[in-house]
Design a protein around this ligand. Structure first.
Ligand code: ACO
Length: 434
């Protein structure tokens, strides 16, 4: 961190001495005021529920300019990565800070490929779940359960353990997600096939069966890979902060990533893609495009509790760049599958058009986020709606690991321990007679 020329001075109206606070500069983005000594100097905490103005760490992995609608992984714009790189190259970049050269790429692919199988015993663990369990419930359990199977990589403070658990998690997530799916539909699990690409292998494990050969459709493979790239990291969002906080206690990497999976499940975060698709299907059942106006009135009525899912973002106050790329992929996939007239895609475009012109959305700077179109693509590929967030978790695993490893290597890292403004009862005695 670099000290800025600027300093902040905090003064108080009650005559308490003012306090000077250092200001640090990043490479881009807002400066930060260092308040670490504030409590010691003033006996006061800062108050910021939801972290609206709080940087919880320093990070060199991902940068979002919410006003411009820009997303950079290690400095590279998401549009260029999504067009010129594949997911495993993006994983290498996020983990190591640089894109791999040809030899590094081949080595990394080989390493990941060698770890795609899961311990055979895991299928018996999976069998304990109800067949109709939500895949995110299953995944939270399976990912956490990895720590019970891979005892040789559970020391978060050991760089070798972190390295091998990172590779294991990236390699095994597609296997686990597809196992969760196959279990729900009562089909046999498909073992990974290592001559396929990361995305192609996942598609085969999802949709292949032992009775016939599965041919990977290159358009779908590319779309799947792009979905993975677009979801790979997104700086200090709720699930990433959960992983960092969980890992800050020194717990093992599998447990920390399982905490991220659990957090991602919520509809305000990764669960939004599922909620968005359900919303589009509801509107379609109500009458489709003709009912869009009526639905929008409900969204704008604060008493209705209805939100336009896939719209709005804490950081983006402009078009989410991932939504643009996802819309492009949506066009490609629907065309390849002969679904150009997909009614949900038409409906989504109509909703977007109306929202982008409506004063309610314009004044609040609400734009489509990545989830607005990702559900339509995934549905067209044949992925069931309740697995959407599982796919997101698969893709985000690398981001969680990169952030976790960055935290552990940061000399300034401490266990995360927020404070509070206590508003409960002052000390009182338990009545002797009750
Ligand atoms: N539909 C209708 N109104 C909305 C929406 C929406 N999707 N999103 C925000 N608003 C309104 C809020 O009601 C609020 O209005 P007000 O100022 O009149 O009170 C204003 O816009 C600001 O919204 P906040 O909820 O304060 O913004 P916050 O940053 O806390 O929330 C969030 C961001 C959670 C993403 C929100 O926009 C939302 O719930 N969107 C729908 C769910 C969604 O798509 N989530 C995916 C996020 S991306 C991801 O995780 C991959």
């Amino acid at each position: 961190m670099k000290l800025a020329d600027n300093k902040a001075t905090l003064s108080f109206s009650n005559g308490s001495p003012s306090v000077e606070l250092p200001v640090y500069q990043g490479t881009i983005g807002p400066d930060v005021i260092d308040i670490r000594k504030l409590y010691a100097q003033t006996d006061m905490f800062t108050y910021d529920p939801g972290f609206l103005s709080t940087a919880s760490c320093q990070s060199a992995i991902t940068y979002i300019d919410g006003d411009k609608g820009e997303l950079l992984y290690r400095g590279y714009p998401i549009e260029q990565l999504a067009t010129n790189c594949n997911y495993l190259e993006t994983c290498y970049l996020l983990l190591n800070g640089e894109l791999p050269d040809a030899a590094q790429k081949a080595d990394f692919e080989k390493l990941v490929t060698n770890h795609t199988m899961v311990n055979e015993q895991m299928q018996f663990f999976l069998r304990g779940f109800r067949r109709d369990a939500h895949p995110m419930a299953v995944l939270t359990g399976l990912v956490g359960g990895l720590s019970a199977f891979y005892h040789d990589s559970t020391d978060i403070n050991n760089p070798e353990h972190r390295q091998i658990s990172a590779i294991r998690l990236i390699a095994k997530m597609p296997t686990l997600v597809s196992m969760a799916y196959k279990y729900g539909v009562g089909q046999p699990y498909q073992y990974p096939q290592n001559n396929l690409s990361y995305a192609g292998n996942f598609l085969r494990m999802m949709f292949g069966n032992p009775c016939e050969e599965y041919k990977v459709n290159p358009v779908i493979e590319r779309a799947m890979d792009r979905i993975f790239i677009l979801h790979a990291d997104h700086e200090q969002n709720a699930s990433t902060s959960t992983v960092r906080l969980c890992g800050s206690s020194g717990t093992n990497p599998f447990a920390a990533i399982a905490a991220g999976v659990a957090c991602l499940w919520g509809p305000a975060h990764g669960g939004a893609n599922e909620a968005c698709l359900n919303m589009l299907e509801d509107i379609q059942r109500m009458g489709g495009v003709a009912k869009v106006g009526e639905f929008m009135e409900k969204v704008k009525d604060k008493t209705s509790g209805v939100k336009l899912m896939g719209f709005g973002h804490r950081v983006y106050k402009n078009y989410d760049p991932r939504a643009k790329l996802m819309q492009e992929t949506c066009n490609e996939v629907l065309a390849a599958l002969g679904l150009e007239n997909d009614p949900l895609f038409k409906l989504a475009k109509e909703l977007e058009k109306i929202a982008l012109e409506d004063e309610y959305f314009v004044s609040r700077k609400l734009y489509p986020n990545v989830d607005f179109y990702s559900g339509i693509v995934q549905r067209a590929i044949g992925i069931p709606v309740n697995l959407f967030t599982g796919i997101f978790a698969l893709a985000r695993t690398v981001g969680w690991i990169a952030q976790l490893n960055e935290m552990i290597s940061d000399p300034e890292y401490k266990i995360g321990r927020p404070r509070q403004l206590y508003t409960g009862s002052v000390r009182r005695d338990v009545p002797t007679k009750r």
